[in-house]
Design a protein around this ligand. Structure first.
Ligand code: SAH
Length: 446
């Protein structure tokens, strides 16, 4: 029996879903963060479960030629990136294979999966940063724990707003704003969030606070806006709940508008603090163009855009559809979507706020149908009630956009068992340096 703290020299045979190296010690599967396939490594057991264990990488004895020196000083401790030690081409191969293997396992056969579309410069791509604040510090969570890792700069964030988050925090500390303590539930400031429209340079700054009061808010806002004049919006979001959910339901505008605007492929989008917006704008254009190409609309179709956020996909495809019906659960996002249709002079779209799995079965019962359905659910995938309605409705095409291959594979299994075939699968790298994978899938009615 392998014990905690035991040391071994192992060959890394494979890579796991989160970019960990996998070794076998006399058949015992061990996951090692930071080790690459093909390497020989010295490891120390951190945790030994019955069937598998986790080990710390002590030394790479024989490095792989796929290894890259991580740019970030806190890479090995921070829970944000997990692939910076791997050359970008290899990251892309890993993700393409991950989609291939996950789909194959669930479907029982391997559909044709194109190579992932990557970025030319796979750094500084994120338009949104969410920094936890705790015990007088700002940083990112370490992997799997909530201890804070401070860092000078984050190599995947937009450079300007990465700096803004830390400068804003310094200003709050000058005014002695207390920081949140998860254990006691005390302290005011919980998170600092920045978001930038990279094509408009408009910036939003959000302070998430554990209570309505915000002492010295006026002076704090003035100092920050003096330093960063392209800030268009500063928002206070109140979240008094314990737990991992970052944002509360209530927002107060402290400065400027309660939204920023971004521009994407000639369209303008208003985005509120509570609304979802894709985090990698360069790749978002690739993602949406792929989805639009897969749908191959002719102008005659009734289209559903489920999990529509601020209406980006609806508005993007409206010029090739008869009409588009978008459904989204967050009221502020639906307000943005309606306003976005108006400012882009798009008239054949309609948005409704609600759960896709409730709105769509209801509307279908009333006789509403789609010829083409876009679904872009969160990580947990589509709800069964929605899939059942899609099965009954039998739209000609379903374009499934997914940020989680595991739930994608599960939902594709259901749809292919119920009247659909997979025509195309295109992964898009929205999250370089991390093991997250986005995919677009075209399903057609058989
Ligand atoms: N298509 C959009 C948003 C995708 S993110 C875009 O590309 O920007 C997924 C969205 O689904 C989020 O906006 C989230 O608020 C929303 N959502 C989560 N659960 C939902 C549900 N059950 N019904 C409808 N929308 C939901």
């Amino acid at each position: 029996m392998i014990q905690k703290n035991e040391e071994f020299e192992v060959d890394i045979l494979d890579m796991g879903f989160e970019g960990e190296g996998i070794a076998k010690i006399n058949g015992y599967t061990t996951f090692i963060k930071g080790a690459l396939k093909g390497e020989k490594a010295r490891i120390k057991m951190l945790k030994a479960n019955k069937d598998y264990g986790f080990a710390k990488l002590l030394e790479v004895v024989e490095p792989s030629e796929k290894r890259e020196t991580p740019r970030c000083e806190v890479f090995s401790r921070c829970g944000g990136c997990n692939l910076q030690h791997m050359k970008y081409e290899e990251q892309m191969t890993l993700k393409t294979n991950l989609v291939r293997n996950t789909l194959k396992k669930s479907l029982g056969y391997e559909p044709l999966v194109e190579d992932i579309i990557g970025m030319v410069i796979p750094y500084n791509y994120r338009n949104k940063a969410q920094y936890p604040v705790s015990n007088g510090k700002i940083g990112f969570y370490a992997g799997r724990t909530h201890s804070l890792i401070e860092n000078e700069r984050c190599y995947i964030q937009n450079t300007l707003t990465d700096r803004l988050a830390k400068d804003a925090f310094k200003v709050t500390q000058k005014y002695e704003i207390s920081t949140y303590n998860e254990k006691t539930g005390e302290g005011l400031l919980r998170h600092i969030i920045t978001r930038v429209g990279v094509n408009t340079n408009e910036i939003m700054l959000t302070f998430v606070t554990n209570g309505e009061e915000f002492p010295h808010a006026k002076e704090i806002v003035e100092e920050i806006v003096d330093m960063y004049p392209t800030i268009k919006s500063i928002v206070q979001n109140v979240n008094k709940e314990n737990g991992n959910v970052i944002l509360g339901k209530v927002c107060k505008t402290l400065y400027g508008n309660d939204y920023i605007e971004d521009e994407l492929e000639g369209y303008r989008f208003k985005i509120s603090a509570l609304s979802f917006y894709q985090v990698n704008p360069l790749q978002t254009a690739v993602l949406y163009n792929t989805a639009k190409e897969f749908a191959a609309l002719t102008g005659e179709e009734n289209v559903f855009d489920l999990y529509c956020g601020i209406g980006t996909i609806s508005i993007f495809v409206a010029d090739q559809a008869k009409n588009v019906f978008g459904v989204e659960i967050v009221p502020e996002a639906i307000e943005n979507a309606k306003e976005n249709a108006r400012i882009n002079n798009v008239e054949n779209v309609d948005f409704i706020c609600g759960k896709a799995e409730e709105v769509i079965p209801e509307k279908y019962k009333e006789g509403k149908k789609a010829d083409v359905v876009f679904v872009d659910p969160p990580r947990k995938g589509c709800d069964m009630k929605l899939l059942e309605t899609l099965k009954e409705m039998q739209a000609k095409k379903i374009v499934y956009i997914s940020c989680n291959p595991a739930t994608l594979a599960r939902d594709l299994k259901y749809l292919t068992d119920n009247g659909y075939e997979i025509k195309r699968v295109q992964p898009v790298d929205m999250f370089p340096q991390t093991s997250h994978v986005e995919s677009v899938v075209l399903l057609e009615k058989i």
